[in-house]
Design a protein around this ligand. Structure first.
Ligand code: MG
Length: 374
């Protein structure tokens, strides 16, 4: 049984070690919305909203999510008793269109809370089977192809099991060629366009085929499936959808239409863990490769992603870098680390998400907070 009596929203600002550049913009300071749930008997659960400050990846922002949680989503969980966390998603989705990131922040915190109450690791509660998960690095757009190639080589030396490059028109083929030359054909290489191309670019994108990329992520519009299907017929590189995947139904559409062959699952983008479990089951059933994407999360969001990625259907390395990749200092302890073979351990020795929130540090970084009560 889960009964939450207090929900605290907090915005923290965490400076990135270095600016992160994609086809849609640059992030230097990460504004993060954290959700803390207090259960009737004193247990605490944590969630992290993955919405960014700007609506340039996804329609939601951390400000819209704050409003939605305060006015619509928080009141639905406060004071209400749930049998288990698997019942939360439907209650939050009923009569609310969209706002998946706001819903996920609360839903995932409910799973974390449930794991603590049951005294099991979050990974175990979700059905995870792995003790460690493979980490890939994401390299933002750099000043030159040479600089990018150097970064890629360094990442391989650190142990990363996959290199992902952000690309955009004008910064694509040359970058991939330089990195391919630097790391060789045995390192899984992927590119992520974040919707920067149109179908008119099909013949240009086909030039990427010669590099044997593991996948190209979301080349076309964030809500498109039809044109992606046309593009997939014109290029050999498997298309992986990220922004377009809003839930299991959209994965089914992707498979039926042939819009892509691989899924990037971000639990914080599909409404939370229950929907993620449905997507996982579908991908396993249909033999669709699956991996866990990242949203520049702090150690809390990372904990949720690592727990999910420990499930057996996550067959490709995810965006699961250690804390030190993005932050000078994380907000959890222990910080997330990666071994020299590129694996991040799943914390199976502790109940819940397996890391402790450093409250002193969170308080120090907080720029606003609001507590809702039952
Ligand atoms: Mg992506």
């Amino acid at each position: 049984m889960l009964t939450v009596t207090r929900l605290t929203l907090r915005e923290i600002r965490l400076p990135l070690k270095e600016p992160f550049r994609t086809s849609t913009g640059t992030v230097t300071d990460r504004r993060v919305l954290l959700v803390q749930l207090d259960e009737i008997d004193g247990a605490v659960g944590w969630g992290e909203c993955v919405a960014l400050a700007a609506p340039d990846y996804w329609p939601e922002t951390i400000d819209t999510a704050w409003l939605m949680i305060r006015d619509w989503i928080g009141p639905r969980v406060l004071g209400r008793t749930f049998e288990g966390p698997e019942d939360v998603s439907a209650v939050l989705a009923h009569g609310i269109r969209g706002h998946a990131m706001a819903r996920a922040a609360v839903e995932m915190a409910m799973w974390e809370l449930a794991a603590r109450i049951k005294r099991v690791p979050l990974a175990t509660l979700l059905g995870g089977t792995r003790e460690k998960v493979a980490a890939g690095i994401v390299l933002g757009i750099q000043e030159s192809a040479e600089a990018l190639a150097n970064r890629a080589r360094a990442a391989v030396d650190e142990g990363y099991r996959r290199i992902k490059l952000k690309i955009k028109p004008g910064v694509d083929i040359q970058s991939v060629r330089a990195v391919f030359a630097a790391v060789g054909p045995n390192v899984p290489l992927t590119v992520d366009a974040n919707c920067a191309y149109t179908l008119d670019d099909a013949s240009h994108l086909a030039k990427l085929d010669e590099f044997g990329l593991q996948l190209i992520e979301q080349p076309l519009a964030w809500d498109d499936l039809v044109r992606h299907a046309e593009l997939q017929q014109q290029i050999r590189t498997p298309i992986c959808l990220d922004e377009s995947i809003t839930g299991a139904d959209r994965v089914e559409d992707m498979i039926r239409l042939g819009s892509g062959r691989i899924v990037n699952l971000k639990p914080g983008r599909v409404g939370g863990f229950s929907e993620s479990l449905a997507i996982h089951a579908l991908c396993v059933e249909k033999d669709v490769p699956l991996w866990c994407g990242g949203m520049l999360e702090t150690g809390i969001g990372r904990a949720h992603n690592v727990a999910l990625a420990s499930m057996p259907g996550f067959t490709l390395a995810g965006d699961l870098s250690p804390s030190a990749r993005y932050w000078l200092e994380d907000i959890v302890e222990p910080e997330w680390t990666m071994d020299d073979e590129g694996f991040v351990g799943v914390p199976l020795g502790e109940a819940g998400m397996g890391v402790t929130v450093r409250m002193d540090r969170v308080e120090g970084l907080t720029v606003r907070h609001e507590t809702l009560t039952a």
